[in-house]
Design a protein around this ligand. Structure first.
Ligand SMILES: Nc1ncnc2c1ncn2[C@@H]1O[C@H](COP(=O)(O)OP(=O)(O)OP(=O)(O)O)[C@@H](O)[C@H]1O
Length: 406
């Protein structure tokens, strides 16, 4: 049954505060940390992490932890959840500080340390002011040490997407600070990555000072994804979701390595599509359209992130596709077109062999499809290439890069 929307306090009918579809859309935000009883299938990981941080709650040192797992498997969520709980559970005379840094945003040593200092500092309690920019790295370290010393007995620092940080000595300095007598506050680092070999590639000195335990997060299966979404069903008005919506969103996300972020994104987007359609309820077809949209976004991201030479190769294939009735082309023909484009763009062209490798990389990423054809004993093996996405969309995306405009 659909519940009546609450009465509006906005007088202008242009703005619609009585959303027909959503009642609390924030529950579907990616940064949203659900309550403990809404975290599905991660009891074991939560308890393992709690064991590692246990010391902090009783005034001794938390351990460092490295968390690995594919995207959308709940690594950030569990880390935030357990550190928040440690902070709340701390004994009366123990103060625990916690901070979360996304190294995709703060990727230099100075940015990480200044952000940590700014996030942990409570100016009214410390009288310390942390300027956003303008100080040297070593000054920011000093401010961080002072902030920690003045306020906390222990600190838990979450460094998400640590592999994107361009200077791993941060890990060494944080791990050694207490031992080196710089602070009288213990530090536990939770470093998160989806690159399983991250620690192997660290510099030996960093590796030896960043002593840590590892926790692995497995992808969710379709049942868990379903449960994660059912737990957020109250983001929608009562009765708005038809019964296939959550199972279908879960099935789509399960195909993509069990990514909860993807599942929630599809669900939210399906609601938005239904709203734009002025539908009363969210149906299966809204989920399918949301999924196609997510696919397009993913595709755009792939093409946008491609190196210039790969964009030139894709542009060549795109132009052939747009100007011909065919949609498959031999590598040699695409290469000729690619050379013309390079000339017009005043760009060096690669050898045919490297060009073939680029197309193979794009096939691996799911942008191009390559088929081998055998032209008999004299003709040998040839490769036929086809763009997977609509060439108009690909062309538009490539031309967003000003270097590709002729
Ligand atoms: N077990 C779970 N129960 C409820 N919601 C979950 C669960 N796992 C993940 N989510 C939700 O899925 C989204 C993605 O989760 P999270 O950011 O923790 O994944 P991640 O593994 O850190 O991904 P990435 O590596 O891409 O940062 C968030 O909205 C989170 O709230």
């Amino acid at each position: 049954m659909t519940s009546d929307p609450p009465s509006s306090t906005v007088n202008d009918p242009l703005f619609d505060s009585n959303h027909r579809i959503f009642s609390d859309k924030d529950l579907l935000k990616i940064g949203h940390v659900p309550e403990a009883d809404r975290i599905v299938g991660r009891d074991e990981e939560i308890s393992k992490l709690a064991k590692r941080l246990n010391g902090a709650v009783f005034g001794s040192s938390p351990e460092n932890v490295m968390i690995y797992g594919k995207t959308g498997t709940g690594k950030s969520l569990v880390s935030r959840h357990v550190s928040q709980r440690a902070q709340n559970a701390a004994e009366d005379n123990i103060d625990i500080g916690t901070a979360y840094i996304d190294c995709a945003e703060d990727n230099t040593e100075t940015q990480v340390i200044s952000s940590l200092a700014a996030k942990l500092n409570d100016e009214s309690a410390t009288d310390i002011s942390v300027p956003y920019t303008g100080l040297s790295t070593s000054k920011y370290y000093k401010l961080l040490w002072k902030t920690l010393d003045t306020q906390f007995d222990s600190t838990i620092l979450i460094l998400d997407e640590i592999d994107l940080m361009n200077n791993d000595s941060v890990l060494m300095k944080l791990s050694r600070a207490e031992e080196a007598g710089k602070i009288d506050c213990s530090i536990g680092v939770i470093a998160i990555s989806n690159k399983i070999q991250y620690v192997d590639n660290l510099n030996e000195r960093v590796k030896s000072s960043f002593q840590h335990k590892e926790i692995f997060f497995k992808p969710y299966d379709a049942n868990q994804l379903r449960e994660i979404m059912f737990n957020r069903e109250d983001a929608f008005r009562d009765g708005v979701l038809t019964e296939d919506v959550i199972p279908l969103s879960a099935a789509f996300a399960a195909q993509e390595h069990g990514d909860a972020r993807k599942a929630i994104d599809i669900l939210r987007h399906a609601g938005e599509v239904a709203y734009e359609d002025e539908a009363e309820r969210v149906h299966e077809n809204h989920v399918r359209r949301a999924q196609q949209h997510a696919e397009k976004d993913r595709f755009r991201e792939l093409v946008n992130g491609a190196p210039t030479q790969a964009k030139a190769a894709l542009l060549a294939l795109t132009e052939l596709s747009l100007n011909s009735k065919d949609d498959v082309f031999l590598t040699g023909r695409i290469y000729d077109q690619y050379e013309n484009i390079c000339m017009e763009l005043n760009m060096d062209s690669l050898s045919v062999r490297r060009f073939r490798d680029i197309l193979k990389e794009q096939a691996f990423l799911g942008v191009v499809e390559i088929e081998k054809i055998n032209k008999g004993s004299a003709g040998g093996i040839h490769l036929q290439n086809r763009l997977i996405e609509d060439p108009e969309v690909v062309r538009e995306t490539i031309l967003e890069d000003s270097r590709m405009q002729r």
